[in-house]
Each structure stands twice: as structure tokens, then as C-alpha cells.
Design a binder for this molecule. Structure first.
Ligand code: PGA
Length: 316
């Protein structure tokens, strides 16, 4: 690019086609062979080389006997032409990526609970499109919202889509939040446990800013109840350990409980109002120009996400 800028600054008005022709003639040191390579007539080639010489103000070739040679200016021109044409090819390649190819960066932010299924969905997509360079950022809901505001990622994955933000969003995956307890907890196996009863239990809560927490708080508030966290833990994973240790009960997404439920380390309580349905959405800021890769990934999530997660979770 520096060379192109210098050329413009020197007020040299040549075309890329002239550079291509010049490079071919200089490589072959033969007008006929260059014209065959470029599928042009020899007079057309000669005219373009002459115009280029006029534009740069120097003779680029000299004829000695029957042979042609590059002049000193021609040698310089050849070096510069190759650099310019090389950069131009790279630019064409880079622009192609934006058009058709599914490759290059794919930046995704996901809320912490989505870490249980997103790597699986990403893994399958990457096997089909090995040239994609993924960046998966796992953080809680409030951080994901901040990243959306700052347009850091290609897309985000979250439970509820926030109101009051200009976003494009679509649900693509079923999600249930359930109340979990240690298998030996006195409420395990009881039918139709009321929310009042649950509110009296030692409740392990996610941190402020978590989507799971706000869904639970909203449900209790709607029923005129309040749940006082017995203990606040910073991640779904530590909540799971707390529940398995018998410290208290909590609410978690079934997608995060695959292994623990299969191993009988936790039980799901039968509580009124649960499961809370909270489908997973993909989201990106309105007005964003999605890359071809991001678009392909969204289509993949829409068409195959539900089925792939269901089959993987069933096989546990
Ligand atoms: P969280 O979000 O992992 O921050 O709790 C979950 C959700 O948005 O449903």
C-alpha cells in the first residue's frame, strides 16, 4: 500500500492492468509470450507498455539486436509492480472471505450457563468449517450486555433478550430452569412443593448480574415473595458443588446438569412454577454487518442446534 500511495503522490496514473502486462513482459522478456499468457494481442500489449512508459516518464525496456532487456528504471518498476500486484492479490483474497468463504474470525460471547452446550455446537461447526478461527468469551449476563453495547463480538448467546436495546435476536434452543437439591434432601420426591415452602429453604443464589438469578427473582416477585440467599456463589458450577455438598437448594438450567443427574448426584424438585422456560437466543446489535462466517453459524444454530443438543444430551 505504501508503494501505491507513493505512486499516487508522484502523480503516476497507471492502471493495474498495465502493471500486470508489464510484469508478464518483464518476466518473459518477450512480448509474444506475454501476449499468449494474458490472452491479448501483441499490439495491445505493446500499446499498454508504451502508455505505462509515458505515464512513469521512463523507458522500461531497451532492444539490443533481437533481444529486449529491462532498463534500470524497468528493474525498479518490476520490483514495485510485483509488490503492488502481490498486495492486490492478498486484498482480493481477504475480500473473498467477506463474500463467499466460511473462514476467518468468529467472535462469540456467551453467558456462563451456555458454556455447557456452546462448545459442543461450535465443535461440530468447526469440524465442517476448519478455516474458521473461533473466539468464545464466557462471562455473565451483564458483561455480555456490555460487550453487545460496545459491539465487541459477532454475536452473543443469552437467555432473555433485554428490552430497550436495539438488537436482532432469535430463540434457537429450548432451555428449562429447574430447582435442584441433594438426593437425600427432605423435599426430594415430594409432589407440588409451593414457592412459599421453597422460599424458606437455604437458597444458593447466583451473583447479581446473572440471568438465572434475575429469572428466579422475577418469579418470586411476581408471586409477592422474596428469596433471601443463604449463600451467594459466583458461578453455576460452584452452585452445583454446593447443592451436591448438601448446603442448600438452587435453580439451574437442565443443560448444565447432564452429568450430575446421570450420576444420581442431584435431584430435581417438583416445585410450582417450574420448570421455568427460558429459551436460548442468539443476539447481535441492530445495524451490524454480519460476516459470512457469523451468518453461516447463525443458520447452523437455527437449523441444527436443537436437534444436536437433544441427541447429545439423550446419549448421556
Ligand atoms: P447466566 O445467564 O449464566 O448469567 O445466569 C443465563 C441466562 O441468561 O439464562
Amino acid at each position: 500500500m505504501i508503494i501505491i500511495n507513493i505512486c499516487l503522490w508522484l502523480n503516476m496514473h497507471f492502471t493495474f492492468q498495465q502493471l500486470r502486462i508489464f510484469e508478464a513482459v518483464a518476466r518473459h522478456l518477450n512480448f509474444t509470450r506475454a501476449s499468449e499468457e494474458l490472452f491479448l494481442t501483441q499490439p495491445a500489449i505493446s500499446i499498454q507498455v508504451k502508455r505505462l512508459e509515458e505515464n512513469v516518464g521512463h523507458a522500461l525496456f531497451e532492444q539490443v539486436g533481437k533481444r529486449i532487456f529491462l532498463t534500470g528504471a524497468g528493474e525498479e518498476m518490476l520490483i514495485a509492480s510485483r509488490e503492488i500486484l502481490d498486495r492486490l492479490n492478498q486484498l482480493e483474497g481477504a475480500l473473498d472471505k467477506h463474500h463467499g468463504e466460511i473462514s476467518g474470525p468468529l467472535r462469540i460471547s456467551v453467558v456462563t450457563t451456555a458454556k455447557y452446550f456452546m462448545p459442543h455446537l461450535l465443535g461440530i461447526f468447526l469440524r465442517e468449517h476448519p478455516k474458521v478461527e473461533p473466539k468464545l468469551n464466557v462471562t455473565n449476563r451483564s458483561q455480555v450486555l456490555q460487550r453487545l453495547k460496545e459491539n465487541f463480538d459477532d454475536l452473543a448467546i443469552m437467555g432473555q433478550v433485554p428490552k430497550g436495546m436495539e438488537l436482532i435476536a432469535t430463540p434457537f434452543l429450548h432451555n428449562e430452569l429447574v430447582v435442584v437439591a441433594h438426593p437425600k434432601h427432605p423435599l426430594t420426591g415430594k409432589k407440588r412443593i409451593t414457592l412459599e415452602c421453597l422460599a424458606k429453604e437455604r437458597f444458593l443464589s447466583r451473583e447479581e448480574g446473572s440471568g438465572t438469578r434475575s429469572a428466579v427473582d422475577r418469579l418470586f416477585t411476581e408471586k409477592g415473595l422474596r428469596v433471601d440467599p443463604y449463600m451467594e456463589l459466583g458461578s453455576g458450577e460452584s452452585i452445583k458443588q454446593g447443592v451436591m455438598a448438601g448446603i442448600g437448594v438452587s435453580v439451574l438450567s437442565t443443560l448444565s446438569l447432564r452429568l450430575e443427574l446421570a450420576a444420581g448426584l442431584m435431584s430435581i424438585l417438583n416445585v410450582e412454577g417450574f420448570p421455568l422456560l427460558r429459551p436460548w437466543h442468539w443476539v447481535y446489535p441492530k445495524g451490524k454487518q454480519l460476516s459470512n462466517t457469523a451468518r453461516a453459524y447463525l443458520e447452523f444454530l437455527d437449523s441444527r442446534g436443537e436437534r444436536l443438543v437433544a441427541s447429545r444430551w439423550k446419549s448421556t
